[in-house]
Design a protein. Structure first.
Length: 385
């Protein structure tokens, strides 16, 4: 985010002028301070802001003193903007969501949204994570609940938006902003932390959104503890080994007073770990007649100033060409899952009339009475006949 605050700009200009008065080149100062090439240029241009301790060390190296260097700084009293991993700029009835994406200051346009709504979503995340300051016993549970609650608030406020975009361009970026976490977590690798927290939060989102609706149809959709997972998997009597640790969300139904497990929902933000973690179990479940759908945000984008969350499933087959990705063929041709439900509106669904062992179906989070819940209901009805 380029520096716009006039006081900060003057500080950086003074820093450059002080260095030039000493006769030190940028590269010479970098060698002296053991900095990689280009850092002094980034600091002086405002591309990156030096931390306060870095600023004072640079000042010392170029022969300046704080009392003289900061003397006479004025400004109009405006605080300017704090550099955050994510922030929003209103543009008429829309928001430009700005965030860091590799080397880019990226922008995602969120239609029909306002700044108050954006701040509510981020504050929902921040307030949930604030509980971590109290040294709660289950840190992962607190982070999971905070992310799930924040995402569902975004989906509620902006039902017209692409759910996958809200997940990938907003909630993930807000989670990676250290200022949304307690200060005691300042050194946490947030992108690494997200890999675990984000996965668990998606499972929580699935259950929160659909469980009550499915319960009206006698179906329980839930996240189970390990011992319950093992007990229910044994009911399935599948010869292949089903590992409880790789079960995401379970499905059970009541039939003649007995609880029956009739499937597993595989929950993934993207397809990155699908082959090793989910396919063997899914194939075993499908072959034995159980339901085994994939539930995904299908997140995939390339770093740029205006990234597009296009997903990983590629194009669809037609009479003249077959531009499908290998991941789509795994579903449609090989039937590795009972079905694939994508919550990325850029995902192309399996065309009507195409022969497929399993279909790619695009959903949103506007209502729990949708293609996903109807698929689960119909699967249980077939199983319980």
């Amino acid at each position: 985010m380029p520096v716009t605050n006039p006081v900060l700009l003057e500080i950086l200009q003074r820093l450059r002028a002080q260095r030039e008065r000493t006769g030190l080149s940028q590269s010479a100062l970098e060698e002296k301070m053991i900095l990689g090439p280009g850092w002094i240029e980034r600091f002086e241009s405002g591309t990156s802001l030096p931390t306060l301790d870095m600023l004072l060390v640079i000042l010392h190296e170029v022969g300046g003193t704080p009392d003289k260097f900061f003397a006479g700084l004025a400004g109009d009293g405006s605080p300017g903007e704090v550099e955050r991993f994510i922030h929003a700029i209103p543009t008429g009835k829309h928001l430009n969501i700005r965030f860091r994406y590799a080397d880019h200051d990226a922008t995602y346009r969120l239609e029909n949204a306002n700044l108050d709504e954006f701040e509510l979503v981020v504050k929902t995340l921040r307030d949930g994570l604030a509980a971590l300051a109290s040294r709660v016993p289950d840190v992962e549970a607190v982070k999971t609940q905070a992310v799930a609650k924040s995402f569902l608030k975004a989906a509620e406020l902006w039902p017209h938006a692409n759910p996958s975009d809200l997940w990938w361009f907003l909630v993930y970026r807000a989670y990676c902003d250290p200022f949304n976490h307690p200060a005691s977590f300042a050194r946490l690798d947030l992108s690494q932390s997200w890999k675990r927290t984000g996965g668990w939060a998606l499972e929580e989102i699935l259950v929160r959104f659909y469980a009550l609706f499915l319960a009206k149809h006698g179906i329980r959709l839930f996240i189970a503890q390990r011992d319950e997972k093992e007990r229910l998997l044994k009911q399935l009597k599948i010869s292949e080994r089903l590992e409880a640790d790789k079960v995401d969300v379970l499905l059970t139904g009541e039939y003649k007073g007995v609880t029956h497990c009739f499937g597993v929902v595989h929950v993934k933000a993207s397809f990155a770990e699908r082959r090793t973690d989910d396919v063997p179990m899914s194939k075993a479940l499908v072959d034995a007649g159980y339901v085994s759908p994939l539930w995904t945000m299908d997140c995939k984008s390339t770093p740029s100033a205006t990234p597009e969350n296009r997903g990983e499933l590629g194009g669809t087959k037609d009479a003249n060409s077959d531009p499908r990705s290998a991941k789509r063929k795994d579903i449609e041709d090989d039937g590795y899952f009972s079905a694939c439900f994508s919550y990325n509106r850029n995902t192309k669904p399996t065309p009507t009339g195409q022969k497929a062992k399993a279909k790619v179906i695009v959903c949103d989070l506007c209502s729990p009475d949708d293609a996903f819940s109807q698929f689960i209901i119909q699967s249980w009805q077939k199983r319980s006949r």
